[in-house]
Design a binder for this molecule. Structure first.
Ligand code: BGC
Length: 464
């Protein structure tokens, strides 16, 4: 319980209201007298990230501390990814080393006296349907929905339900990229199939229903990022699809704590020199709009803060409660370093004006794999109005995908070579630009030392 927080008090009275008073008093007395070995259930709060210590994953921390300069960020909280059935229980990896299961992380969170841990649920059938780098182990055509629900979600929920974890707030990031892929990628057969029975909508609903009874678990549904769904037509489709998916669960709008943007992506929080021009013309120009620069292609949302605020308002208009919180993954969206622009451009054409003023140095906003971004804002609660927390969902230093085709990852053979991770590739839709992906990256999720150093060098705000 976070004493002194208004949210906590609201949560407490709401939870108490469910238990008859006499019984509540009895329970409280029993707890005090017998010192039951059960952890007291944490009160439901509006923002689980506020007022508590966040868990630091020691596995990630060890990688970071082994890198020169890594100590500057090693104390930050990063999410624990449950990216296949095989990581739910302890085991051994392809190199014969012992690996932790979910319960080991939760036990370690208690040992750290952390009040909050962030986990990522990422194993829907037909996962990563529009790309290859993080293709998953389950397919809809191969019993994937049954395996997802029975072999993946149910065992996770069973572990999360253990009484010893009741006092720990658990933020669950639900299935990155899944519903967003159904907004824009239905031309891809694997995504079209994922839009149907036993696919993403049903899978996300199952997960939300399964987590709802655990009142210390806070579900955050992924909403892509501004450079993907920021266009008015994409945004309205996304709002409808995501709202309808959640409303289709047993507890409707109450089954989520909020939404998360920019998971494992590189889109900056804001463009300091450009945000005020999202809806206006290039200064001193013939009237051409800033957002018509090819980098934006008429998308009026240049950064994540602006995007999540708009998204939140639209969800409230769809009937979601005011308490819904927005998370932004800031692990790699810093874009500092020597190339960061120092002033707004004096150019008078949209392209030159935007290209000389923007901090996001990608060759295009659709480039998602191993980009030379930087460590972003450090994780914290309530950073700016309309944002519940900056979180590091993608652990900085872990690859987005392998840069060259080669042998499959023995611990996760479904992952494949995607040309968006290849620095020599010019995607057809990118007007001749190369991907900008860093060379030499290993398979998705594996440690990428050279990439980690680029992130450190380009940190924004700069690291001390
Ligand atoms: C990978 C996962 C990994 C996660 C975090 C994803 O791209 O597919 O296997 O756990 O990134 O690094």
């Amino acid at each position: 319980l976070t004493a002194g927080s208004a949210d906590a008090l609201v949560g407490l009275s709401r939870d108490r209201a469910r238990i008859p008073m006499g019984l509540a008093a009895l329970l409280a007395a029993g707890f005090a007298l017998c010192a039951l070995p059960l952890a007291a259930e944490a009160a439901r709060v509006a923002n689980p990230y506020a007022g508590v210590k966040w868990y630091v994953n020691p596995k990630w921390r060890a990688h970071v501390l082994a890198e020169p300069g890594g100590a500057a960020i090693a104390g930050n909280s990063t999410a624990v990814w449950l990216d296949r059935i095989g990581v739910i229980e302890p085991g051994t990896d392809a190199k014969g080393r012992k690996t932790w299961g979910l319960a080991d992380y939760l036990d370690d969170a208690l040992a750290q006296k952390a009040g909050l841990i962030t986990i990522v649920l990422y194993d829907l059938p037909n996962r990563d349907c529009a790309a290859l780098a993080s293709s998953g182990e389950l397919l809809i055509g191969k019993d994937g929905y049954r395996r997802y629900t029975q072999d993946y979600i149910d065992p996770i929920v069973k572990i999360l339900s253990r009484p010893q974890y009741r006092a720990l707030r658990i933020a669950a990031i639900i299935e990155p990229d899944s519903l967003p892929n159904l907004v824009t990628n239905l031309a891809v057969p694997k995504c079209r199939e994922a839009a149907g029975p036993g696919g993403y909508v049903q899978g996300v609903q199952y997960t939300l229903n399964a987590l709802y009874p655990l009142r210390n678990v806070y579900s955050y549904v992924d909403i892509g990022h501004s450079g993907w769904l920021g266009w008015d037509n994409n945004l309205s489709k996304a709002v409808t699809l995501i709202a309808d998916t959640i409303k289709g669960t047993a507890h409707g709008v109450d089954s989520v704590a909020g939404f998360v943007s920019n998971t494992a992506n590189y889109t900056p929080l804001a463009e300091p020199f450009l945000d005020k021009y999202e809806h206006s013309a290039v200064p001193n120009d013939s009237g051409l709009q800033v957002r018509q620069a090819s980098f934006y292609g008429w998308n009026p949302h240049f950064g994540e803060i602006d995007y999540v605020r708009a998204f939140r308002q639209k969800m409230i208009a769809q009937g979601f409660p005011n308490r819904i919180g927005m998370l932004i993954d800031t692990s790699r969206n810093g874009w500092g370093g020597p190339q960061r622009p120092q002033a707004v451009s004096a150019a008078t054409t949209p392209d030159a004006f935007v290209n000389q003023s923007r901090s996001d140095r990608r060759t295009g906003r659709g480039m998602w794999c191993n980009q030379p971004g930087g460590i972003g804002e450090r994780p914290r609660a309530d950073p700016v109005p309309g944002v519940g927390a900056y979180v590091w969902v993608k652990p900085p230093g872990e690859s987005d995908g392998v840069a060259k085709s080669g042998a499959p990852d023995p611990s996760d053979p479904a992952k494949r070579f995607d040309r968006f991770c290849d620095p020599t590739y010019a995607p057809p839709a990118a007007n001749g630009a190369l991907t900008g992906a860093l060379a030499g990256a290993p398979n998705a999720g594996q440690w990428f030392s050279a990439g980690f150093h680029v992130l450190l060098e380009n940190a924004w705000p700069p690291l001390k």
